[in-house]
Design a protein around this ligand. Structure first.
Ligand code: HEC
Length: 472
């Protein structure tokens, strides 16, 4: 029905006429300024493709197995696969061939390339979700099903996994280090990384909830959203691929996936309103993606070395980012605008953690130092230069303002809200002996997390063991 209506009311126009009357060229006369009208295949894209491409990709001839003469086939793509990715013109082969500067790749192969305005219109069609006609809803984005929830019900309990499906776990030849750990701040749930999987369990009873497959490779970052409803896992395969996946904690279901990097992702976080995912890349860039449609919202290119940590403040106002040479920057958490540089560290920053009131961000570095920063003006409120000799590997605030850290000295420390050492735990020689590490190799803690009870510190080590200690 809608199909018919749109054809009756809008005659098929040539691309030139179409642009002159396009809703995207703002008319000054004040009438018909309907910029809200969606770009659709039938009204806008079909006429362009028909005019320029149909001789080779139509119902008659179908070069490369591609038929652009109707919506279904355009979406289906060529013999080589999809040519349009909903919401992501930058990742769409169609735009690639239209804008290519290489003869032989650019389409149409002979004659002039399509005009920038026409290409812009096709991009808009892709980025707004590949609508077929004015009556159709947005096509399935790659991230379908994801809806951000605002953490209004702060007091309510967070999600706990139930009935996770089972799958065969990978066995590694050598002990596989625990590379990532996260604790829900709302419920007794802790997630740890395994090779190609994420394990979930209760931090107090140590009983397992099960595991979630992560076929992307190694999960290098795990973090729960502020609501406790989502688990973010980032990682991938070094020098091959990297991505971020969001899981529903209760069911283990994949909800969305963003980013498509040529290297494993080492730093990632999700904003408290669950609308943005920030990733830090070995390309030195920080990228902000929308969780709703996977689109790239902002890029920060201030870092001059690998980005090693990114963290949104719990109130969503700020994003802190850090790099391999010790620089830290604070940004506006919504737009990615510059706010403050923080410089104190002399070597790679290993982790950033926000205190639950968003007033302080802690950083820890391979230089052995832990710093508590006042986010108001970037003042180092406390600086502990010898927190862990030879390097600090991780730091994480608990709900009550205590900071847990671990380092290359083999210890785990709990620091008071004022930055004083409260407690020290050491991995024992017996534990090292049991871990099947090559002789002479010391068992080191890798990552820390504080459970939602505020008094259990969970620590992973280089042999993949998990330790837990009670404090104070
Ligand atoms: C004169 C014939 C001709 C015209 C006109 C033409 N194409 Fe092509 N197209 C080809 C051929 C031939 C190939 C296969 C090229 C190859 O495999 O090297 C191709 C390949 C493609 C591919 C690549 C498919 C893949 O899997 O990588 C896309 C996308 C494409 N064309 C889009 C278009 C669009 C859009 C237009 C109109 C703007 C267009 N073509 C116009 C002949 C044409």
């Amino acid at each position: 029905m809608n199909f018919l209506l749109s054809h009756l009311s809008l005659p098929v126009l040539s691309a030139a006429v179409l642009l002159a009357s396009s809703p995207y060229v703002c008319a000054d006369d004040g009438k018909e300024k309907d910029t809200d009208k969606p770009v659709t295949y039938e009204d806008h894209v079909f006429p362009i493709l028909k005019k320029n491409c149909a001789t080779c990709h139509g119902d008659g001839k179908q070069e490369a197995g591609l038929n652009l003469a109707n919506y279904a086939n355009t979406i289906k793509g060529s013999g080589g696969g999809e040519i349009v990715v909903a919401g992501r013109s930058s990742a769409s082969r169609l735009i690639e061939v239209l804008t290519s500067t290489e003869d032989g790749e650019r389409m149409p192969p002979d004659g002039d390339p399509l005009s920038p305005e026409v290409i812009e219109l096709i991009k808009k069609w892709i980025d707004s979700g590949l609508r077929e006609n004015a009556g159709s809803s947005v096509a399935e984005m790659r991230t379908l099903g994801f809806k951000a929830t605002t953490p209004t019900d702060e007091a309510g309990p967070g999600a706990v996994p139930v009935n996770l499906s089972t799958f065969p776990s990978v066995t590694t030849l050598r002990p596989y280090p625990l590379l990532a750990i996260a604790a829900s701040s709302r419920a007794p749930v802790v997630a740890t990384s395994g090779y190609g999987e994420i394990k979930l369990f209760d931090p107090t009873t140590h009983s397992s909830y099960g595991a979630i497959p992560f076929p992307e490779g190694e999960p290098l970052v795990l973090t729960f959203s502020r609501s406790g409803r989502l688990l973010l896992a980032a990682g991938g395969k070094p020098v091959q691929s990297g991505s971020v996946v969001l899981f529903d904690v209760a069911t283990g279901k994949r909800l969305a996936s963003v980013g498509d990097e040529p290297d494993a992702i080492m730093a990632a976080d999700i904003s408290p309103d669950e609308k943005l995912v920030a990733i830090g890349c070995t390309s030195r860039l920080v990228k902000l993606f929308s969780t709703e449609d996977g689109s790239l919202k902002a890029t920060i290119d201030k870092h001059t070395d690998w980005v090693t940590a990114v963290a949104f403040s719990p109130d969503g106002k700020y994003l802190a980012t850090a790099d391999r040479i010790g620089n830290i920057h604070i940004w506006d958490g919504k737009s990615g605008g510059v706010i403050l540089p923080l410089s104190e560290h002399k070597k790679s920053v290993r982790a950033l953690s926000w205190r639950s009131d968003s007033g302080v961000v802690a950083s820890c570095s391979e230089d052995g130092t832990v710093v508590w920063w006042d986010v108001k003006d970037g003042w180092p409120l406390a600086n502990r230069p010898n927190a862990h000799t030879d390097g600090v590997l991780d730091c994480q605030f608990g709900p009550n303002g205590e900071l847990a850290t671990c380092g290359r000295d083999g210890t785990v420390k709990i620091w008071s809200a004022e930055g004083n050492e409260l407690k020290k735990f050491t991995i024992t020689a017996e534990e090292t002996a049991k871990s099947q590490l090559p002789p002479g190799v010391q068992l080191l803690p890798t990552r820390v997390a504080v459970a939602s009870d505020g008094s259990t510190v969970l620590v992973g080590d280089t042999a993949g063991n998990l330790h837990s200690w009670k404090f104070p």
